[in-house]
Design a protein around this ligand. Structure first.
Ligand code: ATP
Ligand code: MG
Length: 251
């Protein structure tokens, strides 16, 4: 059981200076155990900043984040992050990359290699365990990043546009794979995307943020049965509703 409670989070960069930026302003959000939340909103509205605060990589100016029974004060393997840019270590093999977090936890080599292999298999990269990142496609690299985030068995997965650089076909496959993984491993997920289609396909709720200072504009429940059909009328209706809210063209 793990739930995430984001309480009145605000973030100012360069506070008090001429170049002060209010990145987040009074964000309140409760994420239930096992829930899949997508965060959408214009570039610069504070999505990455919010994820980094939850990951413990950035401190909030005010407010707090509580995971089940404790306040977040820094990074911890209970929260796994997949970054907006590819973030594998180029000098490490797939297996070493995935085992990295386990090494940080002080787990012995044999155990962590076995554990890493379990997650490499889960993302379908068994044959590539000893390859280096430059030998993989973009989609494969992103699967390694996901395996690495999963390997330490975090309660919460924080994913920052993980599929942004993928072609449409690979992206759809990855979306289905991720849902399967989350179902099997019971994760609570906060997933940032610029694609409203992706958000409606993946989430239990879509959180729409407004432009700077980042605030929550609306939270949309997606009560569509899974696996979801992107061509279904109610899928399109929800998609259109969110796009309209974001002030975009629906064509
Ligand atoms: N370390 C920093 N120092 C100063 N300003 C920052 C810093 N990090 C982010 N910002 C500012 O905070 C705002 C929010 O940035 P953030 O990266 O969270 O946006 P985002 O919603 O993730 O955007 P995108 O969709 O383009 O990834 C931006 O105006 C950015 O310039
Ligand atoms: Mg970002």
């Amino acid at each position: 059981m793990s739930y995430l409670s984001i309480k009145n989070i605000s973030k100012k960069f360069n506070a008090g200076d001429a170049d002060e930026v209010v990145a987040l302003d009074g964000i309140n959000l409760d994420i239930a155990d096992n829930e899949f939340i997508c965060l959408v909103g214009p570039s610069g509205c504070g999505k990455t900043t919010l994820l980094r605060i939850i990951a413990g990589l950035e401190t909030a100016t005010s407010g707090k984040v509580v995971l089940t029974d404790h306040e977040i004060t820094g990074p911890d393997p209970e929260r796994g992050m997949v970054f907006q840019e590819y973030s594998l270590f180029p000098w490490m093999t797939v297996s070493e990359n995935v085992a990295f977090g386990l090494e940080m936890k002080g787990i012995d080599k044999e155990t962590r290699t076995a554990k890493a292999m379990e997650f490499i298999e889960l993302v379908g990269l068994k044959q590539f365990a000893n390859s280096y990142p430059h030998e993989l496609s973009g989609g494969m690299r992103q699967r390694v990043a996901i395996a690495r985030a999963l390997a330490t068995d975090p309660a919460v997965l924080l994913m920052d546009e993980p599929f942004g650089a993928l072609d449409a076909r690979t992206r759809n496959t990855m979306q289905r794979e991720l849902l399967g993984i989350c179902e099997r491993t019971e994760k609570t997920v906060l997933f940032v995307t610029h694609s409203v289609d992706e958000a409606v396909f993946l989430s239990d709720r879509v959180v729409v943020m407004s432009a700077r200072p980042g605030r929550i504009q609306e939270i949309v429940e997606v009560n569509l049965p899974r696996p979801r059909d992107r061509t279904a009328p109610d899928f399109s209706d929800l998609r259109r509703h969110i796009l309209n809210m974001m002030g975009e063209q629906t064509s």
